[in-house]
Design a protein around this ligand. Sequence first.
Ligand SMILES: Nc1ncnc2c1ncn2[C@@H]1O[C@H](COP(=O)(O)OP(=O)(O)OP(=O)(O)O)[C@@H](O)[C@H]1O
Length: 467
Amino acid sequence: MGATGSIADTSIQSTDPWGRVCRRFQNEFGDQAYSTWLDQLAYKGIDGYVAELTAPTKFVRDWIQRHYAPRLKDFFLAEDPKVKDLTIRLETRPAVQTAPGAQSPTATAASTYPARPRQASAQQEAEGASLDPKYTFDSFVVGKSNELAYAAAKRIATAGEVPFNPLFLHGGVGLGKTHLMHAIAWETRLNQPEKRVVYVSAEKFMFEFIAALRFKDTHAFKQKFRNVDLLMVDDVQFIANKDSTQEEFFHTFNTLVDNRCQVVITADRSPTDLEGIEDRIISRLGWGLVADIHPTDFELRLGILQSKAEQAKGVDVPVEVLEFLARRITSNVRELEGALNRVVAYATLVGRPMTMDMTRDVLQDLIRANDRKLTIDEIQRTVADYFNLRLAEMLSERRARNIARPRQIAMYLSKQLTSRSLPEIGRRFGGRDHTTVMHAVRKVEDLRRDDAQIDDDICRLQRLLEC
Ligand SMILES: Nc1ncnc2c1ncn2[C@@H]1O[C@H](COP(=O)(O)OP(=O)(O)OP(=O)(O)O)[C@@H](O)[C@H]1O
């Protein structure tokens, strides 16, 4: 929050109208709405008869415009009779800087929100608040590994017929499943506010179900989860081996799908790999569209970092630091964000420009944890991809230079970057002799000295292979 934005700052309240506008807002809409929405704005002053505010993202700006702008104008007018209008401009702020070391919260609570009047009540706002306002489609960076999941999620959030039900998103930890679900919820709220949307973690679904059984209130529970247009259940693997919860989930799921209400499910693995979940449920989960979010590649990690770093206004993050992070922190996006936050926070605190040495120092532990052993298989695939060859082609007997050269480079990299012996490498390259590998290694060493283009290709490949 900008210096002029905090209502806790009493000196501000007494000297400009913003503090008092905030106080009015908080009284009318509640603490939750204040901290979720208004606290994100910065007050810029009153220009003539227009009160000027800025918002950090398009999403926050649009939301406030739609839901709160008329009341905000009233509040300004009450403070200053000159004010006839209100503008909210977009001004990105240093999001990574303000939350050093913090990881984005993962919403776990159920959030239910029926279609709401333009002016939401504080209670309704509090219910919606477990959705993270940062998790929108705008802030989701799309790459090869997540494009199907993104497109399917977007499709659900946009009005119109959806040709698949349910949508089952799966992928490893921290790859954006929850982010996409929240984005669906936010976007649906904007585009189709009449829809009843429920987002719930499978864990919360189970706890609510158990509570309903305990307090003999299963009717209300069923009403809540079956009387919706869009149900999203996060981390469904959680209900593995929980028999009665599974049963209830199955009925809820069937009721909704039979009524053509959209269901979105996420899990850390594909339906067929889910263990401890009944076969009939697994089979139904796979009926719609199953979209896998694959681990990120270097380009996507770099894209995500660039997008986060752009928000870190006032902190200059050198490209080489971004590339270094994208190369070395490969585990998941949550860890990647955490790493950037840590370096930004450190540079800000010590007041020094960010350098590679600083980055290596600050992230020693993370870098060590992300060190991994490259396999010959990965090298072969990366090299084949890089030179636009099929893997089988590269491993074949063909001697045409456009195939033989990449093969030699892959052999060279296998020798450089793994601890495999020459005969082992030969075997992995279609059963070739160790002398062939030795020849390839020498040849590539010579070429690197004489041919700048080849040297450049190999440097790029090494970077791609995260070495
Ligand atoms: N493609 C992306 N673009 C921008 N941010 C991303 C992307 N993918 C993941 N993130 C960010 O990474 C963090 C982790 O994502 P998220 O919580 O959605 O992961 P998840 O797949 O639900 O993980 P888990 O299995 O732990 O629940 C979030 O801060 C999210 O915003």
